[in-house]
Design a protein around this ligand. Structure first.
Ligand code: UDP
Ligand code: MG
Length: 337
């Protein structure tokens, strides 16, 4: 990579979607923390297709401070993908992911860095309570994580979210995972490495409202479960086996009854009920399989994860972005001096 701009010690990646009101406040709180914590740093905004003045405000900040950079998406691709783009474009020897709405207190970064210097490769923030979310959302979140802990194939540390620090090694490992349906919390856990949690209090959102509606959250939950568990598919097998055993016993009972007591015609309602029940089950599992097939389709199309419309304050254009993560993933040294 270009010699005239060495790798900063730390990159802070901030995904932003219509966060115009929060940009300056975030920068104002973030920069002093970084100046006191690390020798060199960059703040990399990933603008996820904002439709407000987020991009203008970032570019104003970037022209005032060369440590601020930005990647602007051509449209909204979602937070998970914005984070992936952040990892692709960050140059730091460690990368911190942080929300733009100041729900993640920037001061915690100092603790992250301290742990990193102790030798941990991944330092994740653990939210001590979720009172900043509504009660219904909290309920769903809790149920989802219980489900995931029970059936997911990768255990997730409790309360860990996207607010975390990752060493360059971890970043390179994550960049090799080219999945489209990105459930980062699962991916972070999947790559492993020496990890430690640091508790932090989730603050209220500074301005605006959460960008996650229940529809997005449901989609996100299914992405998470389907990419880290095949339970929904196995369920079809289990239920199918159960019903078959029941049907078989029932058939034997019927045969016995016919042999010993002769045949009679009644049984029409039970016939209808069982036919409807079974077609219902079949449709449900067809749907489940369909969800998986849809995800497989999305993966095999191999579209790029995101499209960058513009870069602000970057180096030579496209340097990081055009090479596919697979081709670039050199096993030994990830181009860090
Ligand atoms: N975000 C994004 N793309 C989206 C939705 C959200 O980049 O499609 C960003 C958003 O700007 C914020 C972070 O992701 O910096 C967290 O979003 P939000 O606060 O809405 O989520 P919550 O805190 O409710 O989980
Ligand atoms: Mg938030």
């Amino acid at each position: 990579m270009s010699p005239h701009r060495p790798h900063p010690e730390l990159s802070v990646v901030v995904p932003v979607f219509n966060e115009g009101e929060n940009v300056e406040a975030l920068i104002a709180r973030l920069i002093p923390v970084l100046e006191n914590t690390v020798s060199t740093f960059e703040v990399l905004f990933v603008d996820d297709g904002s439709r407000d003045d987020t991009a203008e405000r970032i570019s104003r900040a970037a022209s005032a401070d060369s440590r601020i950079r930005a990647v602007l998406f051509s449209r909204n691709f979602g937070k998970e993908i914005a984070l992936a783009a952040g990892l692709d474009h960050a140059y730091g020897r460690a990368v911190v992911l942080i929300d733009a709405d100041l729900q993640h207190p920037p001061e915690t970064i100092a603790k992250f860095v301290a742990k990193w210097r102790e030798g941990y490769d991944m330092v994740y923030g653990q939210r001590v309570d979720r009172s900043a979310d509504g009660p219904l959302r909290r309920w769903f979140t809790e149920k989802f994580y219980t489900l995931f802990a029970r059936f997911g194939e990768t255990p997730l540390p409790p309360g860990a979210g996207d607010y975390r620090l990752m060493d360059r090694k971890v970043v390179e490992a994550l960049r090799r995972l080219g999945e489209r349906a990105r459930f980062s919390k699962g991916l972070y856990a999947w790559v492993g490495f020496k990890s430690v949690g640091v508790p932090f209090e989730v603050a209220e959102r500074l301005h605006g409202s959460s960008k996650w509606g229940y529809r997005q959250l449901t989609r996100f939950a299914f992405d998470g479960l389907s990419s880290f568990s095949t339970l929904p598919l196995k369920l079809a097998t289990y239920i199918g086996v159960g019903i078959s055993i029941f049907a078989f016993t029932y058939a034997i009972a019927m045969a016995m009854r016919t042999i010993f007591f002769g045949a009679d015609v009644p049984g029409f309602p039970s016939l209808i009920v069982s036919v409807m029940f079974l077609s219902g089950i079949q449709l449900v599992f067809l749907g489940v399989i369909g969800e998986y097939v849809g995800r497989i389709f999305a993966e095999v199309k191999r579209r790029p994860l995101y499209i960058v419309a513009e870069e602000i304050g970057g180096r030579s254009r496209g340097e990081n972005r055009l090479a596919s993560p697979q081709a670039e993933a050199a096993p030994a040294s990830p181009s860090i001096p």
